[in-house]
Design a protein around this ligand. Structure first.
Ligand code: CMP
Length: 158
């Protein structure tokens, strides 16, 4: 089924950055047909972490989550693809790695529900808010090559 092209936010969290998983995670994302539209590496301030996760402010895990998110640098990526939001959530897997499907990023790499390697926007509204939270519109530049053109050749050659 033909799905609309969407943008979504991927955060490679401090646990994954510390464990040297940036390349592995980006590889999985690119092979799955996402285009990296923009990327930043930064250590969130406490204010940024608390604002970003504001929807969870009444949950018991809010304070430890914010503390974890400021414990080291994150890699923030804006990704584009047809049906990007649902597709990325599938690739990432369920929040708790014990519930995540085999072959998802969290199944393969996450160690617990909090330190779960990645964050992915959960709806079109969240994606707009989360992308805008970290990126100015002028930073979101699309590469003109078709993704199929980029990815077909190496995989056909194998
Ligand atoms: P994320 O997809 O970034 O969205 C909210 C985050 O809160 C989630 O990933 C986890 O890192 C964390 N989280 C969600 N539920 C729990 C929980 N029950 N215990 C601890 N951390 C949680």
């Amino acid at each position: 089924m033909h799905q609309p092209v969407q943008r979504t936010l991927l955060i490679i969290k401090p646990d994954a950055v510390r464990r040297g998983l940036i390349g592995e995670i980006l590889h999985r994302v690119e092979v799955d047909g996402f285009q990296v539209i923009s990327m930043r590496m930064l250590r969130l301030t406490e204010r940024q972490a608390r604002r970003f996760y504001l929807a969870h402010r009444r949950k018991p895990f809010y304070d430890p989550l914010c503390k974890f998110m400021i414990s080291g640098r994150c890699v923030l990526c804006v990704l584009e693809r047809e049906g990007a939001i649902d597709s990325l959530r599938q690739l990432v897997g369920k929040t708790n790695p014990k519930d995540a499907a085999f072959g998802t990023i969290r199944h393969d790499y996450a160690t617990d529900t909090r330190q779960n390697c990645v964050h992915a926007s959960d709806s079109p509204e969240s994606a707009v808010r989360e992308v805008g939270f970290f990126f100015k519109p002028t930073a979101l530049v699309r590469i003109k090559h078709g993704l199929r053109g980029i990815y077909r050749l190496p995989f056909v050659k194998r």
